[in-house]
Design a protein around this ligand. Sequence first.
Ligand code: FCB
Length: 441
Amino acid sequence: MTSENYVFPRGFVWGAATAAYQIEGASKEDGKGPSIWDTFAHTAGKISNGDTGDIACDHYHLFSEDFLLLKHLGVKAYRFSLSWPRIFPEGKGQVNWAGLDYYDRLVDSLLTLNIEPFVTLYHWDLPQALQDYGGWANRDLTGYFADYAAVAVRRLGDRVKCWTTINEPWVVAVLGNMTGEMAPGFRDRKLTAQVGHNLMVAHGTAMQAIRSIEPNAQVGIVLNLSPVETLTDDVYEKKAAERAWKATSAWFLDPLFQACYPPGALRDLGADAPDVKPNDFALISQKLDYLGVNYYTRTVFGAQGEVKKVPGSEYTEMGWEVAPESLGRMLVRMHNDYRLPPIYITENGCALDDQVVDDHVHDTRRIKYIHDHLVELRKTMRLGVNIRGFFVWSLLDNFEWHHGFSKRFGLIYIDYPTQKRIIKDSAYWYSKVISRNEVHR
Ligand code: FCB
C-alpha cells in the first residue's frame, strides 16, 4: 500500500488497446486479402517458434465474449485497428463489404456496452497487393490510404468519433525496412527514410479525407516515443543521446509540429534523405486533435552512442528497462519543445512470464509497472501537460509480431490451444483504478 493516492480528473479516458493482426485470426475469412504480416509470418525463420496470426486470439469470432470482459472490468474506451486488407483485399479498388460489416458489428457491440471505440486505420498490416506495388516506398499509397480512410469513415464515422491514422511510423519504417525484423523485412536506409516520409504524407492525406466526411471527428496519429538518456552529465554522452532523440522521436515530432525535419538529423542522412514534395509539410503539419503516445521504456546511451544496461534497473521480458520517470521527463520536454495538442497515452504495459496457478495469474509486477507509470503521468499532468487518457497495452495476450506468442502483454491471459480467457490480477486492479478514478496499490 502506498500512502499517496493519485486522483485523476473527471472524464479521464481509461482504456485498453489491441491491433487487428495481433488478435483477430480468421486470416482468410469472409473475403479478407493477405497482408504483409500474413506473408512475413509464413516465411520460414521470421517469427519465433514459427508462430503466425492465422488464428491468434480468434477475436474475429470471440469478440462478443471479449467485449463482455471489457465491460466487466469497467474499461471505458477500446482502441483497436481495422485490417485494411479485410476491407480492400487488393488494397484498392473493390470494397469487401463483408469486412466492413465485421467492423460495423464491432462498433455497435462496443456502443451497446457504452464503451467508446478509438479506431486506428493502420497498425502495420498493409495489403500484400500494395506491397507488390512497391509498398510504402510508392507514393501512390498515400492516395490509396486516403481512399481506404474515406470508406471506413463513411461507414463508421456516424458512431466512431476518435480516429488514428497511423500507429508508430518509426517502427513501420525502421524495423520493417532497416533492421528487417518486421514485415516487409528489408534492410535499406534510403528506403527506410522514404517509407517514413510517405507514411507521414499518408497521415496527412487521410486526415483530409476523414475531415471532409466527418468535420467533427477527432483525428490524431500515434507515435512510439522513447527518450534517450544518459547516466552521467558527460557532454559526449549527452550529445550522442540528443542526436539519437533527433533521429528517432523528433524525426516524427518536428514535421508534425514544426513542419520540417530536424536539420542535423536530415544532414546526417545525406544522400539517403527522403524525397520531399513542396506541399508535404503542409499536409503533415495539419492541426491534430490529439497526439497518441506509446511509451514502454527509455534508451540509455554511452559516449559512443552505445546502448547501456542500467545496473540495478528492472527489465521486462522484452529486455526493456522499466523507467516510469523517463515518461514524465519526456512529456515535459515535449511540452516545452512543441505546441502540443491534447495527449493520450495510447499504449503502456509490459511483457512478463505470466504463469497460471489454479486459474489465476498473479502478475504483481505488471500491477506495479502500470501503477508507477500512472503515478508519473498524474504528476506530469499537474505540471500542465494536457493528458486526456490512458490505454493499457494490451487487453489480451496476443501475437507480438516477430516474437510470436512468446511475449504476454495482456490484462487477460489467453490459453492459445483452448482459447480460454483468464482475467489476470492486473485486470482486477486496473478495474478498481477505473471505478475509483484514482491510482492506488
Ligand atoms: C508497440 C506496438 C504494439 C505492440 C507493443 C508491445 O510498438 O504498437 O502493437 O507490439 O509495441
